[in-house]
Design a protein around this ligand. Sequence first.
Ligand SMILES: Nc1ncnc2c1ncn2[C@@H]1O[C@H](COP(=O)(O)OP(=O)(O)OP(=O)(O)O)[C@@H](O)[C@H]1O
Length: 250
Amino acid sequence: MSAVDQTGEPADLLLDVQGLKAFYGRAQILFDLALQVRRGEVVALMGRNGAGKSTTMKALMGLLDGAGGHAEGRIRFRGEDISGARAHRIARMGMGYVPEDRRIFSDLTVMENLEVGRQPPRADAVHWTPEKLFRLFPNLGEMPQRPGGQMSGGEQQMLTVSRTLMGNPYLVLLDEPSEGVAPVIVEQMAAMILQLKQAGMSILLSEQNLHFAALVSDRVYVLENGQLRYQNTMAALTADEAARRAYLAV
Ligand SMILES: Nc1ncnc2c1ncn2[C@@H]1O[C@H](COP(=O)(O)OP(=O)(O)OP(=O)(O)O)[C@@H](O)[C@H]1O
C-alpha cells in the first residue's frame, strides 16, 4: 500500500483528473477524461492532430476561458482542487506549461527570458538556476546574451522549457516538444527530458511522435476525438503492434 496524505489520496499522486470535459463555444472537445500523473513520472498524452491533446493541457492549466472555451470536471493538483482556477494561480501553485507555439520574448536575451520565468524556490521541488539550466542545455549556455529572435527553432524550444523550469514547478506540461524541430534536436530534447526525470521532475507531455514518446515516457494515454481510447505503460504500447495500429496508425 502506498502512503496516504491528509486529503486521503496516495501521497505520490501529483495530478488527478476525473471526468474532464472541455468545450469551445457549444462544441464539446473533450469527453470525460480521467488521467493521473504520479511524482517522478513522465506520462505521454498521444493522439492524432485534433485529438484534443492541446485542449487537455489548456484545460489543466486554466487557460480555456481566455480562449473562448470552458472546462468541467475535477482536477486535483498536489491534493488541492484546482477545477475552475485561473492560470496565474495554477502557475503559482507549481504547474509549469510549455505551449506548442514557444512564446519566447524575441527582443530579450536568453538570460532575460530566463529571468522572466523566475519564481521563488519551493519546498520539495527541484530549484533551478540559469547555471543548472545551462548544464542541461549547453547550447543555451553558449549564448546567454543572444536575443531570443536570433535563435533556431530548437534553441527557442530549449529556452521555453528553461524559462518554465525557472518557476521551479512540481509538474511540467510540455505540449508537443518534438514538433517542428530538427531530428538532432529531437534526440537532445529526449535526453533533456530523461535528465529532468532523473532530477526528480514530473512531466506530462503531448506527442504525436511515438519514437520520441517511447524514449522518455513511463506511461501513455491515447486520445481519439477527445475520448480516452487506451492507457498503459509505454513498454506495453511499444510491444503491442495491434494497439499501435488501432490507436496511433503506426
Ligand atoms: N480555439 C478553438 N476554437 C474552436 N475549436 C478549437 C479551438 N482550438 C482547438 N479547437 C478544436 O478542438 C479540437 C482539438 O484540438 P487540439 O488542438 O486540442 O488537438 P491536438 O490533439 O492538440 O492536435 P494538434 O496536434 O493538431 O495540436 C480540434 O477539433 C480543433 O479544431
